[in-house]
Design a protein around this ligand. Structure first.
Ligand SMILES: Cc1cc2nc3c(=O)[nH]c(=O)nc-3n(C[C@H](O)[C@H](O)[C@H](O)COP(=O)(O)O)c2cc1C
Length: 177
């Protein structure tokens, strides 16, 4: 079976190379609306979206902090592969479904980006850097509210790579009970 939604799900793949072309305000808003339309447990809407342009200096600081924590040397690319825009999703700490809700929202946005012909990358590797000893500093810079923590991010832009979607083993991962 196929239809528009299924074909977008099947086409999406992580993009790790982007051109310098910006995405339009309309494209960005469409992607954010897809995140806002995502369901949340008990309709709590406890997730927040911080939009940051790829040239914001806080991203270099974050990249350095991530590398410091991981003991990594300078990498050929920063953690977001020089994408023109990032969306950081944070969620209320005291809510059981915070990570699940953030995950649903990020995938909604990744699929929306794909449907607009844009590439995206879900990013979790800065989790420890954003929630570690410099949490207050980065939360201030990214305007993550008090009582909220970073969960997951999405980089978006015009992709310049053309990766095939990942494969899977249906019988390994699915059990019909
Ligand atoms: C929760 C989560 C965190 C991820 N964090 C990163 C990341 O920090 N850096 C990265 O390059 N890819 C990251 N990815 C992308 C995965 O590596 C990618 O989705 C996986 O390899 C499957 O490839 P595909 O997205 O092309 O299907 C993350 C994906 C998920 C779902």
């Amino acid at each position: 079976m196929t239809n528009e939604v299924l074909s977008i799900i099947k086409k999406r793949s992580s993009a790790r190379a982007y051109s310098t072309e910006e995405i339009t305000k309309e494209e960005l808003n469409t992607i954010l609306e897809a995140g806002l339309m995502a369901p949340t447990g008990m309709n709590r809407k406890e997730i927040r979206f911080s939009v940051v342009k790829g040239d914001n200096p806080v991203l270099t600081e974050l990249d350095e902090e991530k590398r410091r924590l991981r003991g990594q040397d300078v990498q050929p690319h920063n953690f977001y592969f020089e994408a023109p825009v990032l969306i950081f999703i944070s969620a209320e700490d005291d809510f059981k479904w915070n990570r699940v809700d953030a995950g649903i929202a990020v995938q909604n946005m990744a699929l929306a980006a794909e449907s607009l012909g844009l590439g995206s990358l879900i990013i979790g590797c800065v989790y420890d850097a954003l929630n570690g000893e410099k949490k207050a500093y980065f939360s201030d810079k990214l305007q993550i509210p008090e009582g909220y923590s970073f969960q997951i991010a999405l980089a978006v832009g015009h992709k310049t790579d053309n990766k095939t979607p990942h494969d899977f083993d249906f019988s390994e991962q699915v059990t019909i009970v």
